[in-house]
Write a protein that binds this ligand. Structure first.
Ligand code: NAD
Length: 258
């Protein structure tokens, strides 16, 4: 049976993904700050190395899929460290362990927020893999009014979507037989959004900016099922795609742009 690594496994979408794969009889190595098989802080270089070391030991050196789900939404520089650099380090660091699998897969979690206004300078620093520069830029944005803070999260997710597009067809991924893709959720009912969606007013404000005409706010299992398919054996040819699981937000916001 398959062995998968799921980051952010203690909560929300990561937890639902871990549970779904386990129900299907797969082995899952969960990674998170707490309540996980591997407890590592993906915002730090040390935590990223510890993740790879621990997964190598626990798996015996070979895994079949990586689901990079861990993330933060706060308007802080930590969000840049976890969402972008932690995710890239997870995928790059675990990639060698995928090479022994007969059907290796990799998926990360972007967001429909990648379609929202972002900070061009920050996105550029992410593309350049300049972590020190990106954290410094985020510190500046975090000091500005709340509207500027919101640019941080959107920038990290745009950065991730672009990273998938740049990487997926290279020798490292497609050339090594590994489909690399992303999911981009709309509003999902998890601890990350709980404060907003617990009130009628908060829900309405959120749905104003993220309209979800098809079935509204989703439960984390909805995203988990898509992740499980993209990271499963059946996916042999979906490559470098950002798949929106957003109740229609993308089409409302972008119309017939493809
Ligand atoms: P969540 O807060 O329920 O879960 C996120 C998990 O990531 C937590 O368990 C947390 O401990 C872990 N994490 C945070 N920082 C970490 C670190 N430094 N090291 C290791 N683990 C860390 O949130 P969620 O809604 O399940 O979010 C999962 C992913 O989905 C995130 O990448 C988020 O940006 C993305 N997303 C969520 C929504 C939504 O509406 N909930 C929408 C689009 C995208």
């Amino acid at each position: 049976s398959r062995t998968s690594v799921v980051t952010g496994a203690a909560s929300g979408i990561g937890k639902a993904t871990k549970e779904l794969l386990e129900q299907r009889g797969e082995r899952v190595i969960g990674v998170d700050l707490h309540d996980a098989d591997v407890e590592a802080d993906l915002s730090t270089a040390h935590g990223r190395l510890a993740l790879v070391d621990s997964v190598r030991k626990l798996s015996g050196g070979s895994i079949d899929a990586v689901f990079a789900v861990a993330g933060l939404a706060a308007p802080t520089s930590a969000t840049v460290a976890v969402n972008f650099f932690g995710t890239v380090a997870t995928l790059d660091g675990l990639r060698p362990l995928l090479l022994g699998s007969p059907s290796p897969r990799a998926v990360l979690v972007s967001s429909m927020a990648a379609l929202m206004p972002s900070d061009e300078e920050l996105v550029g620093l992410l593309s350049a893999a300049d972590e020190a520069g990106a954290l410094a830029r985020a510190e500046v944005l975090a000091k500005e009014p709340a509207t500027t803070g919101a640019l941080i999260y959107a920038s990290t997710k745009l950065g991730l979507s672009r990273w998938v597009r740049r990487e997926a067809a290279t020798q490292r991924w497609a050339g090594s037989g590994i489909p690399l893709n992303a999911v981009a959720p709309g509003i999902i009912a998890t601890p990350m959004t709980a404060d907003f969606i617990s009130t009628e007013q908060g829900r309405e404000a959120l749905l104003q900016s993220v309209p979800m005409p098809l079935n509204g706010i989703a439960d984390p299992i909805v995203v988990a099922r898509l992740l499980a398919w993209l990271g499963g054996e059946e996916n042999t040819h979906v490559c470098g795609q950002i798949i929106y699981v957003d109740g229609g937000s993308d089409v409302v916001l972008r119309g017939d742009a493809v």
